[in-house]
Design a protein around this ligand. Sequence first.
Ligand code: IPE
Ligand code: IPE
Ligand code: MG
Length: 251
Amino acid sequence: MHARPAAPGGAGPEGPAHVAIIMDGNGRWAERRGAPRTLGHREGVQALKRTVQAAPDFGIRCLTVFGFSTENWRRPVEEVSDLMGLVRAYVSSDLERLEREGVRVRILGRRTGLPADIAGIVVRAEERTAHNDRFRLQVAFNYGGQADLVDAAQALVDRAAREGRFEVAEDDLAAGLSGAGAPPLDLIVRTSGEQRLSNFLLWEAAYAELVFQDVLWPDYGAEALAAAVAEYRRRNRRFGGRPAQPVLAAG
Ligand code: IPE
Ligand code: IPE
Ligand code: MG
């Protein structure tokens, strides 16, 4: 997952292949309208649908969205159950279309602790779309970057006990993360003006570009995504190397 092309250079007009979004601002969107937070979350699902639809037009092949963090359990119980309800609604209304349109769905995060029916929905969504390869949609749900790293480390410890292999390479750890197999992460977007990762994709973020947008998540869609992609394409990605230089003509 950390593997990169040897030649550093600009982001180029063709990327980003893999975009991750911290979908933030549902609550503030609702509060500004004097509406309950639940309305903001419901509109947030519509924004997710618009964004998934638009993503392939920008050359994006993989989209990872943060739906529920391991820390979001700290919210009042009604809001937690509201957010769980949205997963049921999203998957039941959209799974068929996602399957038809060639989208492979992956759920990142811990399966333990999820209500039984949600755990079932997660498995069904993955199984029904496992054959698809046109586009990959990863939904981080009950996900924390630190927990994901701990789980990957635990898998390596178990392997060491089983097979007596005590050396760890970067690829070994990356292979144990719940998003293993996705293209390298190019861009992390956070909406709502907050500028932090909130425990999202800590390992994968290593050389991702970060773009913070002031738009609240329920207002997100093709236009805001276009702006994030345009900002990404202006960046010069170096991966620790030298900035891309114009090639001088010989003689
Ligand atoms: C993001 O919106 C959705 C989730 C965290 C699930 P918030 O609910 O965090 O909205 P704000 O940040 O309070 O506005
Ligand atoms: C991050 O947003 C989690 C999701 C978008 C699912 P939060 O709103 O929970 O993050 P903090 O609490 O502001 O850092
Ligand atoms: Mg928030």
